[in-house]
Design a protein around this ligand. Sequence first.
Ligand code: PLP
Length: 395
Amino acid sequence: MASKEMYELGSQASVIRDLFAYGQAQAAVVGTENVFDFSIGNPTVPAPACVKNAIKDILDTRESAAVHGYTAAAGDVAVRQGLADYMNTTYHAQVRADNFYMTCGAAASLTVTLKALVESGDDEVILIAPFFPEYTVFIHNAGAREVILPPDITHFQISLEAMGKAITPHTRAVIVNSPNNPAGTVYSAETYTKLAALLTKKSKEMGHPIYLIADEPYREIIYDGLPVLYVPEFYTDTIICYSYSKSLSLPGERIGYVLVPDCAADAQMVYAAVCGAARAMGFVCAPHLFQEVVLQCLGQTSDIGVYDANRKLLYDGLKAMGYECVYPSGAFYLFVKSPEPDANAFSEKAKKLNLLIVPADSFGCPGYVRVSYCVEPAMIKRSFGAFQALMKQYQ
Ligand code: PLP
């Protein structure tokens, strides 16, 4: 016997994983160079040199127990102080070590934050399509329900009118993800200002704070000189879920944090609830070695220039073939409108050409596909023939 809900969750195939597995199998048949796998968001740019240097330095100079032993449940206090200093210098954040809870990446940060905020089965969490599909899993785990805002397919920002209508007395939180997976869009200061005004007004009306959960694993992967914004500066009731999976290319090391700034409503209580949620779910003491590593790599990132070059190559290439693409300002995904209404059918046709692109239905945005460009630039160039042949089927 097992939990039916968990059984189903563990047995359901994910479209992305399916495509990825198909690509691996196909590579054995037609050769790796003839499979164009744009399915998965696994960083291809190596971690910056500071990561290796930090690991070596820590292992060479520290006692085993000081590197591999437990830290405090929330993370090593010196690491959290380092993060606080960095955020204060970079974003004038006015935060302290005790505002941070170190986690096993963004997935854990979100799971813990949602569990900390949700009180009853009637609670609702608003998602803005397109969104990272795992959000619904995390929301259900916390015992709440998701309310999905339809995508704003004109600008891929936030439809405040739709948001205003979606907020009810049950709304506990709204999740935003900028730079966005899968759309590659970045919310502007104007968007955050308007969103903050709406949430402030609605929080008053509802008689309780509506928290903004800023899921920011792509925070620094941003192009065209756009500014990196500190969301609590716009809306004080913000909780930040961060991860080094993408910025330092460390997805397998599972390291990130939750930041509950003092400016958030009931900050101390929420932070304590984050500690409680992490305890209840066994997410205490994030990997110690990597807590120390990220401390030594503050302010560093992998070479974003590689993604930028891929972005331009892919966007320009596909536009020239007649594909309708959302202009990507951040992350490493290109969001492309399917030339036929059914993006699954489009993706299937692409698959026959060994071109693996993800239909965005599970991201809450039917009619689009996600093309992940954290890949080798040479593969992008080799894929153009297949993209061209695919487009021909629609002309
Ligand atoms: N949030 C978004 C938007 C993501 O794209 C991902 C991973 O791809 C995550 C969260 C989970 O990140 P992590 O690997 O840090 O758990």
